[in-house]
Design a binder for this molecule. Sequence first.
Ligand code: ADQ
Length: 472
Amino acid sequence: MSRLVVVSNRVADPRRTAAGGLAVALADVLNSTGGLWFGWSGRIVEAAAGGKPGEGAMHTQQAGPVKLVTVDLCRQDHDEFYVGYSNGVLWPVFHYRLDLADFDAGYIAGYRRVNQLFARKLQPQLRPDDIIWIHDYHLIPLAAELRALGCTNRIGFFLHIPLPPPLILAAIPGHDWLIRALFAYDVVGFQSQADHGHFCRYIETEAHAQNLGDGRWRAFNRTVHAGAFPIGIDVEEFNALVQAPDGRDMYERMQQEYARRKLLIGVDRLDYSKGLPQRMRSFRDLLQRYPETRNSATLIQIASPSREDVSAYTDILHELETLCGSINGNYGELEWMPVRYIHRTVARSRLPGLYRASRVALVTPLRDGMNLVAKEFVASQDPQDPGVLVLSRFAGAAEQLTDALLVNPYDVEGTANAIHLALQMPVEERRARHQGLMANVRDYDVHWWCDSFLECLEKAKAEETGTPWLRL
Ligand code: ADQ
């Protein structure tokens, strides 16, 4: 197999499994092909220290057989590319939150500048038969910038977040430019059929793309293959973590502490897409309308700090703190607090034990590309006495995990009813549902995701060789 070159905003050492996520997913294939992983170093260079827009020092490090190459960003590039355009425009709009998008025209120049910088730094590192896999919304125009420098390698793109319907996408000034940039790729992958459907509708109606069948589309003088490749988890890794000392210790301590009560768990990044205030309101409604749950159910909500330099994030933090405080104030008793809210990241090694000790998981985002917490919870359960997954129909995972209790998180009362059902569910039904969920989580694990995407990219014929890329 050709060498794999992975590009993502952040780079992790694939030898450290504690890194989780993409690092675990890609470790096998990066290691076996002696791959290269390229991205931002995480370093911001102030102007006073010589940081200049469109420039950045490059660092190279060897992690076993894998080469890690990273680039620094100057303050202005970081603020415009990362905070401004990626997280201030693309993240909210792609999560259907036009009200939170900051369409400041200046940001797009920074977004483009950093993609050009990445292309300039990456291009000399490439070998002719490398396969390039670019990840996520920060780097949509990267393939187009590489093509403009003469790169003819096969390039794939995977979007980890949702793609909204055409009319929402069309609210972004320059949306046509963004989507046209996707045609510089050979394969474009989405998390769900819904997202893939939005892409097809957009390119048919707005770009008049020609449907060549078999997932292939022709527009802008190029052919692209588009499809849904729902990301999964490493089930073996989770099994091992459940049995490891940290996992067992966590499980036993939680079992002891909550022997008389049922534990509900929420694990999220503190982000407005995760529906945390709505979840708290549903839990409050549960306590109010089902008095038997008082003193018998405890919700542990772990919300890891995220992008605290963006004001929408501080707003959500305050709203959540106020809600948790008022629930505990109104319903708490000397020996029982309904909500334990923890504003920290929990070590990955402890999560499986916590999931396994919980009777119910609340995974109720307002919109989510996939949501891996839902799959991690399922994989951590004891099949003889499994917990119940309450899952938002707006998470990408809901397309696959149909044996969960699917809810509409905007419907406070309906979600509270589902939580009540979950708390009371007899063991036979819990087992049957878990069996269905587990089969899906196992069949469509992270290795399936990686293999099926790369297989599609390998197959993508070099139909475009010789066709000049029309500059953006
Ligand atoms: P995220 O929005 O970060 O990722 P998610 O899939 O829920 O969302 O979580 C990714 C990982 O972070 C999981 O392994 C989870 O265990 C961990 N995590 C989350 N909160 C944590 C916490 N408080 N403490 C410790 N660990 C925590 C984006 C998209 C998702 C998509 C993923 C992968 O937004 O929709 O599922 O990428 O493609």
